[in-house]
Design a protein around this ligand. Structure first.
Ligand SMILES: [Fe+2]
Length: 212
């Protein structure tokens, strides 16, 4: 086991306590059920053209020497059920626009340029503790037929019993989040779709499925 792996295991263990909402009551700790992550529309840009590389590092494409434009970020998290149990072996498909706000999708009529070094799509399986990780760039907001979209990353999660399609948002984008129609539709559930900023370029987001 390498050093980085040990560190991330510890990191994930800490997150589990947060995700399960460990509550101390009269000296006795009890775990509150974590809130189920809110779902949302798949959107018009689910990738039909695959980049030829779908690993966790979306900032580089195998065979290219360059790296994607934009602020490199890491997002980590776990897939859990509503009892807080990890859901190992979940399949995650993840996609997003580039730093200029363009999807590598024939249906995207945005005039912002494509980035030949941006993978834009990843397909992962969660590990034994339900953990997953991506390295990517912070997506831009973009104009759409339903108004300006605030920065977000799309997720399609297939657990053992439950599939969830949703979008992850960033708390630092409070001003534009509050003007985004899809974000506002979530109401109080928006908290379940919000990544926590763990460091300048590191975010954490746990995904809670209905039945795991
Ligand atoms: Fe989108």
């Amino acid at each position: 086991m390498d050093h980085n792996h040990t560190l991330s295991r510890r990191h994930f263990a800490g997150a589990a306590l947060i995700a399960t909402g460990l509550v101390a009551t009269g000296g006795i700790a009890r775990a509150a059920a974590p809130a189920q992550t809110a779902g949302g529309p798949i959107g018009p840009f689910y990738p039909i053209l695959r980049p030829g590389d779908d690993d966790f590092d979306m900032t580089m494409i195998k065979g290219n020497s360059g790296r994607a434009l934009g602020r490199v970020i890491e997002v980590t998290g776990r897939v859990l059920d509503r009892k807080g149990n990890p859901v190992s072996g979940s399949e995650l498909e993840i996609w997003q626009c580039n730093a200029a706000g363009r999807y590598a999708h024939p249906g995207d009529i945005a005039t912002a340029p494509l980035d030949p070094n941006f993978q834009g799509y990843a397909r992962l399986m969660t590990g034994p503790s339900g953990e997953w990780r991506i390295t990517t760039i912070k997506p831009s907001g973009y104009d759409s037929p339903i108004g300006h979209r605030t920065p977000h990353i799309h997720f399609d999660i297939k657990g053992r019993q439950h599939r969830l399609i949703t979008q992850m948002y960033f708390s630092e984008d409070h001003a534009t989040n509050s003007k985004d129609a899809l974000y506002n539709e979530l109401g109080e559930d928006a908290v379940t779709a919000m990544a926590a900023q763990a460091a300048a370029d590191r975010y954490r987001w746990d995904i809670v499925l209905a039945e795991g």
